[in-house]
Design a protein around this ligand. Sequence first.
Ligand SMILES: Cc1cc2nc3c(=O)[nH]c(=O)nc-3n(C[C@H](O)[C@H](O)[C@H](O)COP(=O)(O)OP(=O)(O)OC[C@H]3O[C@@H](n4cnc5c(N)ncnc54)[C@H](O)[C@@H]3O)c2cc1C
Length: 403
Amino acid sequence: MNEEIFIYGGGITGLFLAYHHIKKGNFVTLFEEKSNLGGVIGTRREKEGLVELAANGILLTDDIKSMLNDIGLSPVFPKKASKRRYFWINQRLSQFPISIFSGTKLLYSIFLKKLKFDSSLNFESWSSGMFGSSVTKNIIEPALGGIYGTRLSELQAETIFSQWNGNGKSTIFQEIKKNKKKTYGTVSFPNGMGDLVCHLADYLSPRIQIKTGVSLSNIDEIQNLNGTVRICTSLKKLLPLLEPLLRKNEVPNLLTISTITRFGETKLTKKPCFGVLFGKNEGIQALGVLCNSDIFEGRVATNLHSETWIYPKLDGGENRDLLKSIVEKDRATITGKQEEAKAFYQTTWEGVFPAYDKKLYLFNETLNRLETDWKSKGKDIKFYGNYRKGIGLRSIFESTMSE
Ligand SMILES: Cc1cc2nc3c(=O)[nH]c(=O)nc-3n(C[C@H](O)[C@H](O)[C@H](O)COP(=O)(O)OP(=O)(O)OC[C@H]3O[C@@H](n4cnc5c(N)ncnc54)[C@H](O)[C@@H]3O)c2cc1C
């Protein structure tokens, strides 16, 4: 109560954190190096429809509902038909791409098998031992690839499930139950995700001091501030600031993600769906595709359909024409037809989030140590963002709330 809080970085992490501190009655100053707030989140309104620049939705919880209520923003819920989610496995679309035997093994692994992480194994090897190779290849690989922007061999279980106890004492079900909060599915907003940033900024601006065009350029400068300091810059921007404090092997790997929003007159799948997730070695370069106009109302001009294709870093670079041709090739593999697109909008984010691998786990331990060292010297300085406790907006909201 009545604490002085300095927040660096006005992306969604900084905005959520500022919101939680206002609710606690603290005084907040937010520094953002750009002239606008929101970081990677934003929505462009093109003549064909809405184009999201990063997140397409947020997982709704009671706490997020209450924030939306405060900032005067109504969520847009997905259409019922978009409940259908496809996997592209063995050259076909499938909603349940494993056998009954593998399904039974999966249930056994969730409800009865003790959860034990092994830091010497990447996610792919660990998961094959835990759930079996069919579940790993056909469900976990496509599902996590779409969320974490890379393949399972680049990820590590204990980094992704850092809030779970993986020392062999409990089951996955028990860990899920322990951390479970009621959720209401993924939602967006009337004008897309940019609405969330605008409403948060409008709510915060009369209540906090916002200083845009101000950059944190040296980690020493915050140690002299008289108050609590929260660093909410992206990891990419944080790493050069921490360089003097890190050893070379402690620097995490950053991933590049490209999205292409494609507008066309034909649908990707016969039945409406949320999207399609792609496994490794299935002849498709995308990690996943979202069928935007099947999911939310009001995303497109009349008679058009909108899809967002998500790609990891590609060998030929992020050249626009190359990406367009890859999208059309991937799409034709699914539909079996070459269909004309009306428009493509590409966004490439270089180093936008970290690989959730062992290096990130160790990097977070280093950050925890730094925070503890500072605390022992009477300085309250902490790091928040999509490299700490999860990439998704819901995880960021909850980590900034529980500080
Ligand atoms: C393509 C894509 C799709 C996604 N889809 C989803 C989704 O559907 N659902 C979901 O939940 N999540 C999704 N995410 C994840 C989510 O969007 C991000 O994790 C989140 O937006 C990151 O927010 P942030 O504030 O931590 O970082 P950023 O958005 O990078 O913001 C950091 C801010 O700090 C500022 N800054 C940087 N350096 C300094 C400095 N030195 N001093 C002051 N300010 C500084 C920057 O200008 C920026 O405004 C997606 C991400 C991407 C890239």
